[in-house]
Design a protein around this ligand. Sequence first.
Ligand SMILES: Nc1ncnc2c1ncn2[C@@H]1O[C@H](COP(=O)(O)OP(=O)(O)OP(=O)(O)O)[C@@H](O)[C@H]1O
Length: 569
Amino acid sequence: MRTLFTYIMVFPRRSAFVLFALLIAGIAEGLSLTALLPLLSIAVGDSGGSGDSGIGKFMEATLQDIGIEPTLDAILIIIVGGMFFKGLVLLLANRQVGYTVAHVATALRLDLIEALLASRWPYYLRQPVGSLANSIATEAYRAANGFEHSVNVLALAIQVMVYAIVALFISWEATLASLVIGLFLLIALNRLVSATRRAGTKQTHLLRHLLTYLSDVLSSVKSLKAMARDNVADAILHEQTQHLEKATRKEVMNRAALTALQEPILAALTASGLYIALVVWELSLPEVMLMVFLLTRILGLLNKTQRRHQQLAAQESAYWALRKAAEDARAAAERSSGTIQPTLQKGIALQHVKFNYGQKIIFEDLNMEIPVNSFTAVMGPSGAGKSTLLDLLCGLTEPQSGEVRIDTISLHDINLRQWRHMIGYVSQDTILLHDTVMNNILVGEPSLTVDDAEQALRQAGAWDFVNALPEGLQTVVGERGGLLSGGQRQRVAIARALAHSPSFLILDEPTSALDPESERTICETLQKLAKSLTIIAVSHQPAVINAADRVFILSNGVAEPLSQTPQNP
Ligand SMILES: Nc1ncnc2c1ncn2[C@@H]1O[C@H](COP(=O)(O)OP(=O)(O)OP(=O)(O)O)[C@@H](O)[C@H]1O
């Protein structure tokens, strides 16, 4: 119930639309079925049949009013026409449902992606990629199906109520009996709904786990395969898949059991009612037929409602899991308090920066000046905090105390998005998109052109090899750029960072996978670029250190200029 109301609160307009469409379809279906009874009785000339109940007479009079003689062929044509009309209304209603379900899935996906991309960097880093992929693909799909079932539950419940009210006027005894029996049925079979809910929750949990593990294994499959250790992964994946299969089996079994039990119980109840009415109460056949019709119609609708409710129960955990992921990401949203438009005319300064990850102190009192249009290199032992320093410069993390100043203005007061637009960033682990070289360079910047891509590739010393590829700029680089060598990937990544003409270029180990010749080209490029661009590069490569104007050594939470340190670490 909570899920049902939540869906309606989250998507009120669309729910109302779908509900309306489903109700119209339900009414069309109900009318065509209800009309069948009196129409048939008119057709076979049974004036003492259901015509006596008033409906038959009313139909007869209505037909004569609109100039149709209630003959057998006219009535049969009306019945068949009514069925076609019902089919058309159902088609239109289901089309509306389809559109809305697709919209709900998209809305849920976008909500999560936006929340995650707007979250603080340390939070984002903790999110497993596989779990995210699962949320976007499976959970959003299941949650959207849950929405469909929710609105159907509501539409069917409304139909039950409308039927019951109408039926009360025809035979209150039969209606009351139907409702009591229906309630009994719902309670008796509710265990199957609860069991389905449990199986659905288990599936949600297992799918998340499985996909998280799967994506981890797949990203390191090369080394595992090379050591013939991929069967370890295989075994764990196999076990998880089996758990998932078990949960799916349970869900399907419970659904089948509900459908299988509803039908015979309904038949048994109808047969008993028929017997009591005919033999014990000695009611006339037309009266009994009417009661049976109402009974089966109301109970049939109640059964349908319960089946939809069960399907909702199977899917709802996906919605809650997805919603929790988006809420957690929103709670970890990056601050957006800074409003000042940044400039970079003087330089960047880190002043008395203190930073720690939990208990782990990274910087005690970090001070560093990066003048504009200079090339600064940073070196230091592994784990000294070099990548963390770069994160602080981008505003991906914030110091616990101290300041990062851009042209004397604290980064805290600067509009972060505008600042990042001025940055070109080359990360330590160069992972390219499974797309063309060109799209890898232009990604995220629709205003860039092919000329920009070519110029950036030339600057990065990558134009010659890209040009020699079978399809040049249009060559697809494979999964994570796997069809290029490490050095080629690195140069494409540098080109990507240069394509939008940044003011501040940040490079984390930019030449670690390059041969000496390519490294020399890149270093020369960086030296040339430093005349009009501010550059900071984390590197241990002598070529980069030699090319830089200034070198800092990061160690024990502080940065020392290289000239002040007696030896290289
Ligand atoms: N998100 C994080 N949460 C907790 N600890 C972290 C996080 N990121 C980094 N660390 C820890 O902080 C320390 C500094 O990490 P950082 O990546 O900045 O070092 P580094 O100097 O760039 O190392 P390397 O040269 O090996 O890449 C490391 O000990 C690392 O384990």
